[in-house]
Ligand binder design. Structure first.
Ligand code: PHE
Length: 360
């Protein structure tokens, strides 16, 4: 190959290589650029490699000039490749960023947060308070740790009554008992006989006594809260559950008032056509006493107990039974809540499984 021919080939190759890189760059296509790199700079069969072989055929006298031109060609083509590669990479980054920015659409509605909600039992309590509030009943509270006076004695449940059996109640280890069990422990003046027994209340009827001790008739209150009984857990039992207690005391309160109040409560809490019925029963603190049933689908279900406040209870809180009469009722809140929501196992209320609780 003549020196002129060689130099001409160099010019052509340089122009073609730079044009190929520029085309790849214009398309912002790194694959196209890589193809061009292989075509021109490929280590074994690239066109520049081919031209290098032709350099050997250039006459020796012209060789230094041809070699110089060849090196310059190689440098320029390599620099052209690097430049194009760098600019493609930069533009790709910019395009990805622009794409990311476009992907953020501030008008798309946000992802809703999963907010917590009230426990179904709490929701039921709130509704019952609301319903009874509309019937004129105020809300009263009482402690969950009670003395025997409020849980039994004042409710006409005397010491020998089986309802007071330690096996049927959660009595607390008293301070005095603890003190005697710790060697040299406790205050020296503590004597086991001095500390009155206390227990987790087994019914919200305790609040009847606390309210009547605090105020004179007319009384119209409800109280909702936890009660405790050592029952083995199953579908319908749990050692802790909730009751709603109702109490109304005034002159001339009758069983008719009791029944119409419970009927209104049932109809407002469940459905307008719900019926209730009373079945004779016994509670030490009411006379007469009844079990309260309500219609549910095709049958009757038991909601709790009720009755006219026993004169002994009125006397225990200093009310004159010749002047005042009253009614009281106690209903199971789990039962109400379970019926309303079709829950068949009340233990579910206390498992704290959010997949269950989130349905309400
Ligand atoms: N305290 C009773 C119980 O827990 C229910 C009840 C309350 C009955 C008020 C009569 C009057 O079973």
């Amino acid at each position: 190959m003549s020196p002129d021919e060689f130099l001409q080939q160099c010019d052509i190759l340089e122009a073609q290589a730079l044009a190929a890189f520029a085309a790849a760059e214009a398309a912002c296509d790194s694959k196209q650029l890589e193809a061009a790199r292989i075509e021109f700079l490929g280590a074994r069969s690239g066109r520049i490699k081919q031209l290098q072989k032709a350099l050997g055929a250039v006459p020796a006298t012209a060789n230094p000039a041809a070699g110089k031109r060849f090196n310059e060609l190689k440098r320029k083509v390599e620099a052209g490749l690097d430049g194009a590669a760098e600019r493609i990479a930069m533009r790709s980054r910019q395009q990805a960023e622009a794409q990311r920015q476009r992907a953020f659409d501030p008008t798309v509605p946000g992802t809703a947060l999963r907010l917590g909600r009230l426990h179904p039992i709490t929701q039921t309590i709130e509704e019952l308070k609301d319903i009874m509030g509309r019937l004129g009943f105020a809300v009263a509270e009482g402690p969950e740790v009670e003395d025997e006076w409020h849980n039994f004695e004042a409710l006409n449940i005397p010491p020998e009554h089986p309802a007071r059996d330690p096996l049927d109640n959660f009595y607390l280890a008293t301070a005095a008992r603890c003190a005697t069990e710790i060697p040299n422990g406790g205050a020296p003046s503590l004597n086991p006989t001095e500390a009155p027994p206390r227990l987790l209340r087994s019914q919200t009827s305790t609040v009847q006594i606390r309210v009547m001790e605090q105020m004179r008739p007319p009384v119209r209150v409800i109280s909702c809260g936890r009660v405790y009984r050592p029952d083995t857990p199953d579908d319908t039992h749990f050692p802790m559950f909730h009751q709603i207690e109702g109490l109304m005391v005034d002159r001339d309160v009758t069983m008719g008032h009791l029944k119409s109040t419970l009927r209104l409560l049932a109809r407002m809490a469940f459905a307008p056509d719900v019926e209730i019925r009373f079945r004779p029963s016994f509670f030490p603190f009411t006379e007469p006493s009844v079990e309260v049933d309500m219609t549910w689908e095709s049958g009757w279900i038991e909601m709790g107990g009720a009755g006219m406040v026993d004169p002994n209870v009125l006397r225990a809180v200093g009310y004159d039974p010749e002047v005042y009469s009253g009614f009281a009722f106690g209903l199971g809140i789990e039962r109400i809540c379970a019926r309303r929501h079709g829950v068949t196992d009340i233990r579910q209320f206390f498992r704290n499984d959010v997949r269950f609780l989130h349905q309400f």
